[in-house]
Every structure is written in structure tokens, then in C-alpha cells.
Ligand binder design. Structure first.
Ligand SMILES: Cc1cc2nc3c(=O)[nH]c(=O)nc-3n(C[C@H](O)[C@H](O)[C@H](O)COP(=O)(O)OP(=O)(O)OC[C@H]3O[C@@H](n4cnc5c(N)ncnc54)[C@H](O)[C@@H]3O)c2cc1C
Length: 492
């Protein structure tokens, strides 16, 4: 049920999509049992199936959002733009939803190279020491309702939220902005996996290639014991942004010794032991959340120079707040009606590159005041040389800087044409590209192939929050619409 004006009306084809026969098996059984150990929530020892209906690559928030949408089917919410003023579904309905252990008969497989649910997410928050999310409590992977996380937290007597009281109150955004703790989000996601009975559907494997075959796709997977081909009727790619690094230009001229020593921030996520070796004077490059968190983590070990290629940008969320305020429907409408070229411009404008939250900015300012960190705006590394004992960096100002370690927190590279998983598809079934991103169908489908993309790869269709939790909810809805047989989609 949806209470106007909070309801974000969907096109009829989405809201009333017909469900494919294999999607009709979701049913409800006993109440939610206590959560099993997180690490055991994957089928590490069970052989991968030869055939599945849907294969989802990635078991992070986006993969989980897709799983939740598939399991809930028509029970899931239609309006994926979070409310800020009130609720959409009644709390008692949400509580009832949280009591239903959903036994479904979906022939569904998730593969993740980390082998666990939310593994990369967990590692990135742990490595950077992030206590609370940047997104608010209405943003999470459950497809039933925006309020599920807060209702769940209440039922568990959890109150580990950060209440931001000092947000500027203006016409565009009035709040509230309540941030869940990292631990709360992980515990909630663990409960969702259990609730949707997804534990037995995850396998530890790395997806290497996709090859259309017959009416489906053959996915080559690398596992601990070798290579395995799985045939899927549909494939959803939910790999997240952090699997591929964006490096500054000087990286291309590094010698072998430098290539062996330089770190991308994301190298530190899955190998936190690498953090232990970072000592002495450090240089960190990047103007986003990751670089600022790294400064906070490493400042006690020696002085850090933080290099920003432009000025320091401070904002609450990683896109303009009015995308979540009263104008959110207008922005969304404008985006939906825009051409691909205009959408690329809207995305760039709304995200506006790396930024840090006001809370993190005050941490950084404290570190500067103590002399532990120096922030340099409009400064880039031109050349870098590693000489055994450390780095010598020549900067765009002409200055020379010495450092014991060098970290690039410079984000993700998105280029489908050179993406190992997707380049083959682009060669055989080319799509129009814009800035390395593919032009998909509105249901995020790769032309007429049964391959669907989530997250930043689908930003030309999902908008500036494609990579975030809200993008996950929107992406899952659109893909589900295609899988459940809406007009123009071919589902067997
Ligand atoms: C420091 C930081 C803080 C953030 N905070 C927020 C926040 O508060 N709110 C928010 O909405 N967003 C936040 N984000 C954005 C965040 O990245 C996304 O919201 C989220 O992690 C993306 O989810 P995902 O499932 O797409 O990616 P991931 O969480 O990265 O999950 C993708 C999974 O795919 C797996 N994988 C990758 N390639 C393959 C392959 N070839 N085969 C098999 N498995 C593969 C990985 O192992 C990984 O587990 C933050 C990002 C960073 C870096």
C-alpha cells in the first residue's frame, strides 16, 4: 500500500509485471529462526549446479537487493524512491514481513569471489574504520519497504544510529538523516539472507566470461578446484565498483619497483594486513570519503600529505541532497526524460566527483590542527619514482615530495569495452557506449541478450545514485520486471 504523495508511481509495465512461472514459487513458512554464523552462509562445499534460471554475480548489497526482489516478487514495494517525511507501508505490515521465513523454489545461484555475503562491503568498512554509513536508514537491500531496517532495529532493541541534527534545513531538504551503524547494516543483511532463505544459494567462485548460448548464457567460473561452466537462463551482473581501479596518469610511467609498491585504496580492503606495513610519512591521493578515512586510520603512524586535484568538497551524501528532498521526483522525472547524453551530464553534475561528509571533515580538520595531516588542494603528482627506501614525487607545482608509502584513493575505472567479463559481449553484440558505459534497455538488459547489469555499469539508466543502495533497489525492480515477463522482454 502506498500513501500519496509519498508514492512514486511506476510505469504500468513495472508495477503490474506478469511473473514468470519459475518466479511463482515464493511462499511463507515458519517464523525467522536465529541467524546462523555469517561465514557459513555460503555453499562452499556443494558443487555448483550445471543449469540455473538466474545466476547473480556478486553477493554485496546489490546482489542481495536482487535476491530480495526475486524472492518477494509481487509482495515487494513498487515505489523505490525512499520517503523522508513518513512511512509508506504500515509498521505492523513491516513487522509481519520480518516474521516470515520465505521458503521459495527459485533455481537461483549467487557467485562471489569472496565466498561470503557482503564480504567486500564488510572489508571496506573494516579497513577504513568506518563506524556509520553515509546513506540514511531508508536505504538498504530489502525490497519489501524502505522502513524495514528501522523496524528491524527497533524489534532487536538496537539504537546504533547516528542522528544528524545539524543538517541545513532549506527548501530542498529538511531531513531527517539518520545513519545506521556499519554493524547494524551487516546484521540486518545477515537477517535478510536468512529471511529469504538465500544461504544455500551462494557459491564461492569468480566469474570470468559470459558467452550467449541458445536462449541463455554460459558463464565460466573459476573455483578453488578449477573451472566450471554454468548455463543460466538469465545472468545479473552485480559486481560493484571496487573490482577495477582507476589510477592517476603518472601510474602508467611507473617502473616495475614502483608498480610493486604503490597501493590503490581498494587493495587494502581485502588484504587488511597490508595496512599494517604502512608506516612513516605517507602520501594519499584523492578527495573522497576513502582518502579521508585512510588519513584518519594512518595519521598516528607518521605525517600524511593528502593531495586533492581540486578543492576540498564537503557534503552530506555523495550526491546532492535535493535528490533526496522535496524535488526528488522532479529530478527523477527530468532524468528519465533526458537523452543519454543529457543523463551522462546530469550524473556528473549530481555526483560531482569525490567529497567528504561534514562529520569526516571535522575529523580531518582536527588532524590538520594537530599537524598530523596536511591537505593540499589543486595539487597532483606528475611523476613518481620508488627507490628502495621510499618515494620521490614531483608535483604539479614543481615541488618535490618524499614519502614512505603512496596510496591512490582514486576510485573506479568503468570501461565496458576493456572489461574482462563483458568485453566479449560487446564484441559480439555491441551496444552504444557513452563514457565507457553501455546503453542498455530500460530494464537494464544487454540488448536482447538475457544479461542484466546493476550498479555503476547501469548509471545511464539508474541515475547518479546507481552505485548506492537506492540504485540497488531501483535496479533490482527493473530487472525483476524483465525477468517476470513484462512486455518486450523474452523470458522462457
Ligand atoms: C568507503 C565506502 C563507503 C560507502 N558507503 C556507502 C553508504 O553508506 N551507502 C551507500 O549506499 N553506498 C555506499 N558506498 C558505495 C558502495 O560501494 C555501494 O553502495 C556498495 O558496496 C555497492 O554494492 P555492490 O553490491 O554493487 O558492490 P560490492 O559491495 O562491492 O559487492 C560486489 C561483490 O561482487 C564480488 N565480485 C566482483 N567481481 C566478481 C566476479 N568477477 N566474480 C564473482 N564475484 C565478483 C565481490 O567479491 C563483491 O563481494 C560506499 C563505498 C565506499 C567505497
Amino acid at each position: 500500500m502506498c500513501f500519496p504523495p509519498l508514492c512514486d508511481a511506476l510505469p504500468m509495465t513495472w508495477a503490474f509485471a506478469r511473473r514468470a512461472p519459475w518466479l511463482q514459487a515464493a511462499r511463507i513458512s515458519s517464523p525467522l529462526a536465529s541467524a546462523a554464523a555469517w561465514e557459513s552462509m555460503s555453499k562452499k562445499n556443494k558443487p555448483l549446479p550445471d543449469f540455473v534460471d538466474v545466476l547473480i554475480i556478486g553477493a554485496g548489497p546489490h546482489g542481495l537487493a536482487m535476491g530480495s526482489r526475486l524472492v518477494l516478487g509481487n509482495e515487494a514495494m513498487d515505489d523505490v524512491i525512499p520517503p523522508i517525511e513518513s512511512y509508506v507501508r504500515r509498521p505492523r505490515d513491516v513487522r509481519a514481513h520480518l516474521q516470515k521465513l520465505r521458503s521459495h523454489g527459485l533455481n537461483l545461484a549467487f557467485v562471489d569471489e569472496g565466498g561470503t555475503w557482503m564480504g567486500r562491503w564488510k572489508n571496506q568498512f573494516a579497513a577504513l574504520g568506518i563506524s556509520h554509513l553515509r546513506s540514511h536508514e531508508m536505504m538498504h537491500p530489502d525490497a519489501f519497504d524502505h522502513s524495514t531496517l528501522s523496524v528491524w532495529a527497533q524489534s532487536k532493541k538496537r539504537n546504533d544510529f547516528l542522528f544528524l541534527e545539524d543538517l541545513p534545513k532549506n527548501k530542498a531538504y529538511h531531513g531527517p538523516f539518520v545513519l545506521p551503524s556499519h554493524k547494524l547494516m551487516l546484521d540486518f543483511c545477515k537477517a535478510l539472507v536468512k529471511l529469504n532463505r538465500l544461504e544455500d544459494h551462494l557459491w564461492h567462485a569468480h566469474a570470468e566470461t559470459l558467452r550467449p548460448s541458445g536462449s541463455g548464457v554460459t558463464v565460466t567460473l573459476k573455483t578453488a578446484t578449477g573451472t566450471k561452466a554454468v548455463h543460466a537462463k538469465h545472468v545479473v551482473v552485480a559486481r560493484g565498483p571496487t573490482w577495477r581501479r582507476q589510477w592517476p596518469a603518472f601510474y602508467n610511467n611507473l617502473e616495475a619497483s614502483g608498480l610493486g609498491e604503490i597501493h590503490h585504496a581498494w587493495d587494502l580492503f581485502d588484504q587488511p594486513e597490508k595496512m599494517e606495513h604502512l608506516k612513516g610519512r605517507g602520501v594519499i591521493i584523492g578527495g573522497g570519503l576513502t582518502s579521508a578515512h585512510l588519513c584518519n586510520q594512518l595519521a598516528g603512524r607518521g605525517h600524511i600529505d593528502l593531495l586533492l586535484r581540486r578543492d576540498r568538497r564537503v557534503k552530506q551524501y555523495d550526491l546532492a541532497l535535493d535528490w533526496m528532498g522535496y524535488k526528488r521526483w522532479d529530478h527523477r522525472r527530468e532524468f528519465e526524460q533526458a537523452s543519454i547524453e543529457q543523463r551522462a551530464r546530469i550524473n556528473k553534475r549530481a555526483r560531482d566527483g569525490g567529497s567528504i561528509s561534514p562529520e569526516l571533515n571535522s575529523v580531518l580538520t582536527d588532524l590538520e590542527a594537530k599537524g598530523q595531516v596536511s591537505v593540499h588542494e589543486w595539487l597532483e603528482v606528475e611523476t613518481a619514482c620508488y627507490h628502495g627506501a621510499g618515494w620521490t614525487l614531483v608535483l604539479s607545482s614543481g615541488e618535490v615530495m618524499e614519502a614512505d608509502y603512496l596510496i591512490c584513493a582514486t576510485g573506479a575505472l568503468v570501461d565496458v569495452a576493456t572489461d574482462p567479463l563483458l568485453a566479449g559481449l560487446q564484441e559480439a553484440h555491441p551496444l552504444k557506449m557513452k563514457n565507457g558505459l553501455p546503453v542498455l534497455t530500460e530494464n537494464l538488459q544487454w540488448g536482447r541478450l538475457p544479461v542484466y547489469l546493476m550498479g555503476n555499469l547501469a548509471a545511464l539508466h539508474l541515475g547518479p545514485d546507481a552505485v548506492n543502495m537506492t540504485g540497488a533497489a531501483r535496479g533490482a525492480l527493473r530487472i525483476w520486471s524483465a525477468l517476470s515477463g513484462c512486455e518486450g522482454c523474452e523470458v522462457s
